[in-house]
Design a protein. Structure first.
Ligand code: SAH
Length: 380
């Protein structure tokens, strides 16, 4: 059995038995699925050009059209020969995503619902902060991790996104911002899906958006968050990229964690923390632990003490998330005063801690509330 098969077996079907299994709707006609040109790293594009009788340096020109001028058609790439433009158009698509819905919140947050070539839909969120614009991208259609408080996992996993489908979320939003001369300045990989379950596409995405000829977004302005897929944490630590790294912890011990997150049955808390320690040692960087506060579940002062003891020797920072309401779930958000008590306890114990500011809650664009529109259609 290959490593990938073993891995798949270990994390398969974490979505509880009670959940309906995803049913793929029969599509009458198979749409023609051209690969997205945004899936190609610069070196891959150079190789493709060479394989197709063209000069490798054209890749730099194409990247400039894609990521600096951000054109919407191959036609517009005016310093390429007509022949090359036709070859590109025959092999690739520039518009894998089409905008189905664009919803703006009172606080300026914008939620986009994009449709993919095969009809599935995904969500992308633009958040506006004083320090710049940040975009939250989706890495999978659905999710198979099964966290009991999260909406993204409700219909299971439909498919992984290709790197280009993740890159294009950023390009599409940037194209909109171009109208007002604004820029996407940071990226969080915290939309629908588990990025470490779609590892290779996620890595290509990172390389493309980070490349100085790509979108040129600095590694320190990009954050990836995982539910805790241990072997991939080691792999990620060894990549040598200065990306910010976050782990969804949500509980102070194994028993409590596996109740909230079935992934904890596949990868135990002590294994997870060992991998996190490896990461901090290898990269010299601190890790962020995300901790969603759920009333009566994981939010008492005693739990805060237990959590402090668990992580006190790890180079870390805790981000407390007041849990967002998901109608299908029973969890209730912790009250403000109890959130502050929890924070105070961590602080007293010398743990770095912040409380996440909420954005886009009025349009269900907040963390954990995203899910494919499609789910509603499926059950019709
Ligand atoms: N799969 C990855 C990244 C996507 S979720 C992960 O699990 O880290 C981004 C963050 O939102 C995670 O910390 C996740 O646990 C949290 N989240 C999920 N559902 C939530 C909810 N209902 N309210 C608040 N945060 C939630």
């Amino acid at each position: 059995m290959s490593d990938q098969q073993k891995f798949d077996e270990r994390i398969q079907d974490l979505v509880g038995e009670a959940e309906e299994k995803p049913v793929r709707r029969e599509k009458k006609e198979k749409p023609e699925l051209k690969p997205s040109i945004y899936s190609l790293r610069l070196d891959e594009l150079q190789q493709w050009l060479q394989d197709n009788g063209e000069k490798a340096f054209r890749a730099g020109q194409i990247y400039e059209w894609l990521y600096e001028k951000r054109v919407k058609t191959f036609e517009e790439m005016s310093n390429l020969s007509k022949g090359l433009r036709e070859k590109l158009a025959a092999a690739f698509t520039l518009t894998t995503l089409s905008t189905l819905v664009k919803q703006e919140s009172k606080d300026g947050t914008i939620k986009f619902l994009f449709q993919l070539q095969d009809g599935y839909s995904i969500e992308t969120v633009l958040m506006r902060h004083q320090y710049g614009n940040s975009i939250c991208v989706t890495t999978q259609v659905g999710c198979r991790i099964g966290c009991t408080f999260c909406a993204s996992t409700l219909g299971g996993l439909k498919r992984h996104l290709m790197a280009g489908e993740i890159v294009e979320q950023v390009v599409k939003v940037q194209q909109q911002l171009d109208e007002t001369e604004e820029r996407v300045s940071s990226i969080v990989i915290m939309g629908i899906g588990e990025p470490f379950d779609n590892y290779d596409a996620m890595m290509n995405f990172l390389k493309i958006v980070n490349h100085d000829k790509g979108l040129n977004i600095g590694a320190r302005h990009i954050t990836v968050s995982t539910s805790g897929i241990v072997p991939k944490i080691y792999q990620f630590a060894d990549e040598g990229m200065q990306i910010n790294f976050a782990v969804s912890l949500h509980a102070p011990n194994q028993e409590a964690r596996q109740k909230l997150m079935p992934i904890a049955r596949a990868y135990k808390l002590d294994e997870l923390l060992e991998a996190v320690r490896y990461y901090t040692k290898k990269t010299g960087r601190r890790v962020t632990f995300e901790y969603g506060l759920m009333s009566g579940e994981n939010d008492s002062v005693e739990v805060a003490e237990e959590l402090s003891a668990l992580i006190k020797n790890i180079k870390c920072h805790v981000n407390l998330i007041p849990i967002n309401y998901v109608p299908e779930r029973d969890y209730i958000r912790t009250s403000r005063s109890k959130i502050f008590d929890f924070e105070k306890t961590l602080k007293k114990n010398g743990i770095n801690v912040t409380i996440r500011r909420e954005q886009g809650a009025d349009i269900a664009a907040a963390c954990g509330q995203l899910r494919a529109q499609e789910r509603a259609e499926e059950t019709k």
